[in-house]
Design a protein around this ligand. Structure first.
Ligand code: C2E
Ligand code: MG
Ligand code: MG
Ligand code: MG
Length: 280
């Protein structure tokens, strides 16, 4: 009796683990083919300058259109791509695609590209960026590289050297998801970022602690000469709050969702609309 019950429990547990490993292996096989099969796309989310209320650029966000599973969000496959190293090739494709597409945008619009810590470790980032800019004919000042605190965790000296070399090319460097990692403040001292993007959790939570952190980071960044983007602004009330906190830029569903490249012209033509409104 006991043996059967025990075996039953074991058998109920085991398929779960198998299933997970199996799905993971399957996803890895699919991921390895995704580039060659052209299943990736880059979508673009606008960010606005709060002083002029105009769109000044777009963040490139990777999209995977899986033929069977449909759209797989980046959070579901990027960590896997980091574990198996595929992110280096995929990240290079994103950089080249984003630079090429941005070169067709009007004026001086910026394209911001997320770069994984592993791309720094691969030691080819500088070359890749320089070549992507050149092939696309995009001036360096129109490219912004977004890094997270994770990039500065180990091998910091090499990463700082690469960041400095990128900056010398004329590329902007921003610190993404600020406030979610470890010992965040010390990173601001290590490198003169052009921009800090305050993680959307501090925007979404309207409690006293989040507001105090938002205010402190915006104040500190401003006095260090950095631009401050509030991420994930979804409501007019949040927009009004961040305007009061010395944020210089805003990015969120309120001012524009990520869009396919062919939607950008229409978006720009209709710009300067509802987000100018303040809550009654
Ligand atoms: P991220 O770099 O912080 O990008 C912003 C994410 O927040 C995007 O999610 C965007 O769609 C989402 N977002 C923007 N505004 C709002 C809002 O108002 N509300 C909410 N709830 N969400 C909002 P997405 O596209 O799913 O990307 C998630 C993360 O995946 C990115 O976070 C970035 O860390 C990573 N990622 C995306 N594309 C790439 C890439 O090409 N390379 C690398 N290494 N990472 C990427
Ligand atoms: Mg980002
Ligand atoms: Mg972010
Ligand atoms: Mg994020």
């Amino acid at each position: 009796e006991a043996k059967r019950a025990g075996r039953g429990r074991y058998r109920m547990f085991e398929p779960g683990m198998d299933e997970l490993l199996h799905r993971r292996r399957e996803m890895e096989i699919d991921l390895r083919r995704a580039l060659a099969l052209k299943q990736f796309e880059v979508h673009y989310q606008p960010f606005l300058d709060l002083a002029s209320d105009t769109c000044i650029g777009f963040e490139a966000l990777l999209r995977w259109k899986h033929p069977v599973k449909g759209n797989i969000p980046p959070l579901d496959f990027i960590s896997l791509a980091e574990e198996n190293g595929l992110i280096v090739k995929i990240g290079e494709w994103v950089l080249r695609t984003a630079c090429k597409e941005a070169a067709s945008w009007p004026g001086d619009l910026i394209v911001a590209v997320n770069v994984s810590p592993l791309q720094f470790k691969a030691d080819t980032l500088l070359e890749t960026v320089a070549s992507a800019l050149e092939k696309a004919g995009l001036p360096a000042h129109r490219l912004e590289i977004e890094i997270t605190e994770g990039a500065l965790l180990d091998d910091t000296d090499n990463v700082l050297d690469t960041l400095a070399a990128l900056r010398d090319l004329g590329v902007k460097i921003s610190m993404d998801d600020f406030g979610t990692g470890y010992s965040s403040l010390s990173y601001l001292q290590k490198f003169p970022f052009s921009k800090i993007k305050i993680d959307r959790s501090f925007v979404a939570n309207a409690n006293a602690d989040s507001e105090a952190i938002l205010r402190a980071v915006a104040g500190l960044g401003t006095s260090l000469g950095m631009a401050i983007t509030a991420e994930g602004v979804e409501t007019l009330e949040q927009l009004a709050r961040i305007r009061g906190e010395r944020c210089t830029h805003v990015q969120g569903y309120l001012t524009g969702r990520p869009m396919a490249p062919d939607q950008i012209a229409t978006f720009l033509a209709q710009s300067n609309r509802e987000w100018k409104g303040e809550p009654e």
